[in-house]
Write a protein that binds this ligand. Structure first.
Ligand code: GDP
Ligand code: IMO
Ligand code: MG
Length: 409
């Protein structure tokens, strides 16, 4: 399926809820019309799933546009990169007949995320859990890697080919004393060597590369990871991730000036999910929550944790649209609501509670529908409600997992 994009030369896709909205699927569809696909921040806490030709691919560090063999792939300066995970992903693509290395560019300013960051993540989570304040992180080391970056003790990709033996041994001693963990400096060093062998030539000044591409009139697609409500500043702190997940963070993470930015597409499910702890005003538990979880396959693509499920909350979309300057929406997973008789939608927040409006369900399959006119009237009404309450057009509507199951208007 090819969606004629007609999008601006620098376009971004940003999650409007708590992640897992289906950003990967849209990126994969749009990437056909872009020359470069770039991830800006975060790390392997992301899990972006796409289903093409009956095969499922889960991207964690690589952008979801990676299957398009014409596209240059950028991992930006704002990222924290666990190299063994990246090598594993590259290997999986290779098994699928795609060699991404020749078109992969990794910012020399991105930070290396070590195994010890993951261990520290676990220790910190357990400490917090003891006082009932666990965040429910993905335990991929994200917080500790950004802690090192902010403390100015992180190690950047530009150091990949250096001899880091001494430095890693010192770190091992220090972290052992601080967190009671055992750091295998030799193993970390070995992982770096494996990465140098494969990726040595990929590490470049990605910021200049992006500027060169923009000057040459090439089209750049920015793949947001995590989502607005998980943003370190604008999210539901402290139950957030440790990076800036909004459009401002994406531009910062890539070193692209705001004047180059065109459209920002906000992505939101037709309902809502969250993995990990924190507020969720429209959460539903019991039978209904279980049904949404089963129908939507709401289990973490990274951690396999069951996602908490609930209804769409339009004030969240409005806030995300405001912060990111969204031009339009991709409302995903409409088909998951096919069996609901009544679909509650949060339309307002009053005294810390969601005010719900009950929409009538359509009780018929929308799976694979590709034109808006073919949607049942009640589904069209739900989309119209989202447009009215957010003041933005719904340009893309997801009707299934597969690449071609999408309405583009
Ligand atoms: P991301 O992190 O935002 O890229 O989203 P994830 O990939 O973590 O989670 C979205 C899940 O929903 C994935 O399993 C997708 O294959 C699936 N998905 C995406 N869009 C649709 C849709 O329109 N309908 C259905 N049924 N599944 C979808
Ligand atoms: P994508 O890109 C959903 C959540 C974690 C946890 C909090 C902090 O696939 O949408 P972290 O490991 O980042 O320190 O965890 O953020 N989280 C995500 N939830 N989708 C994601 O990414 C997420 N990345 C982090 O569950 O609540
Ligand atoms: Mg995900």
């Amino acid at each position: 399926m090819h969606i004629p994009a007609c999008l601006s030369p620098v376009t971004a896709v940003i999650g409007a809820q708590w992640g897992d909205e289906g950003k990967g699927k849209l990126i994969d569809l749009l990437a056909e019309d872009f020359d470069v696909v770039a991830r800006a921040c975060g790390g392997a806490n992301a899990g972006h799933t796409i289903v093409v030709g009956g095969k499922k691919h889960v991207f964690r560090l690589l952008p979801s546009g990676s299957l398009h063999e014409h596209a240059e792939i950028v991992l930006g300066a704002g990222m924290v990169i666990h190299l063994p995970t990246l090598l594993e992903e590259i290997g999986l693509l290779r098994d699928a007949g795609i060699d991404i290395v020749p078109r992969l560019k990794i910012s020399h300013e991105a930070h290396i995320l070590f195994d010890f960051h993951k261990e520290i993540d676990g220790v910190l989570e357990e400490r917090k859990a003891k006082s009932g304040k666990g965040i429910g992180t993905t335990r991929r080391g994200i917080g500790p890697a950004y802690m090192d970056k902010a403390a100015r003790s992180g190690i950047r990709m530009e150091k990949l080919s250096d001899d880091l033996d001494m430095l890693l041994r010192e770190r091992a001693m220090e972290l052992g004393a601080q967190y009671g963990i055992t750091v295998d400096a030799g193993m970390e060093q070995k992982q770096l060597q494996d990465a140098v062998a494969m990726l040595g030539n990929c590490v470049i000044d990605a910021t200049t590369l992006l500027h060169d591409r923009i000057s040459a009139g090439k089209k750049i697609l920015i793949e947001g990871a995590q989502a607005t409500l998980l943003d370190i500043d604008h999210g539901t702190y402290p139950y957030v991730t440790s990076s800036s997940t909004t459009i401002a963070g994406a531009l910062q993470g890539l070193g692209i000036a705001p004047k180059h930015l065109g459209d920002v597409i906000g992505v939101a499910k037709a309902y809502c999910t969250r993995v990990g702890a924190g507020e969720f005003l429209t959460e539903v538990e019991g039978e209904t929550g279980d049904r949404l979880r089963e129908r939507g396959g709401e289990y973490g693509s990274v951690t396999k944790r069951p996602r908490r499920c609930g209804w769409l909350h339009l004030p969240d979309l409005n806030r995300s649209a405001m912060i990111n300057g969204c031009a339009c929406w991709n409302i995903t997973k409409l088909d998951v609501l096919d069996t609901e008789a009544v679909i509650p939608v949060g339309i307002e927040e009053k005294n810390g509670k969601a005010v719900m409006k009950e929409c009538t369900g359509w009780k018929t399959s929308t799976v694979g529908v590709t034109s808006f006119e073919k949607l049942p009237k009640e589904a069209q009404d739900l989309i119209a409600l989202i447009e009215k309450e957010t003041g933005l057009p719904v340009r893309y509507i997801g009707t299934g997992q597969k690449r071609e199951e999408m309405i583009a208007r």
